[in-house]
Design a protein around this ligand. Structure first.
Ligand SMILES: *[C@@H]1O[C@H](CO)[C@@H](O)[C@H](O)[C@H]1NC(C)=O
Length: 123
């Protein structure tokens, strides 16, 4: 009898400890920053950041505006914190050369865009 009570007490302590551990429920993540701009030509930049440190950034640049071969080049990345607590970032691009994935664009910022594009985005 006493042994059973002790087991129940230990079980409850175990459950209490497990329940008090910080559980990162990704489904409860919320967007805490959200930016989006697009100009009349269709050049755009958007980004957002969530409470669970997910970041998404993408810019689209209209190439050969008004020409028959007009198209949008897309550059972007997403990043997140992996299970080991390390930040992981994946860069990608979609251009006439196809879809590419890799981290060679790590320092990509809006200042890397052609000045004409920056000017049109800033207004
Ligand atoms: C959104 O824009 C603000 C102001 O330019 C900037 O500080 C912030 O880092 C941006 N957020 C994201 C997720 O890019």
């Amino acid at each position: 009898m006493t042994g059973t009570v002790l087991k129940i007490v230990i079980l409850h302590i175990f459950i209490a400890v497990v329940n008090s551990a910080p559980i990162k429920d990704e489904s409860l993540a919320e967007i805490i920053e959200n930016n989006y701009t697009i100009d009349a030509k269709g050049n755009y930049v958007f980004s957002f950041k969530t409470t669970n440190d997910l970041i998404r950034y993408e810019e689209g640049i209209v190439v050969n505006s008004g020409e028959p071969n007009e198209h949008i080049e897309v550059y972007g990345y997403y990043s997140y914190i992996n299970d080991a607590g390390e930040p992981v970032r994946v860069d990608y691009s979609a251009t006439e050369e196809g879809y590419k994935i890799g981290d060679e664009q790590k320092d990509m910022t809006i200042s890397a865009l052609p000045q004409s594009v920056v000017a049109s985005l800033v207004g």
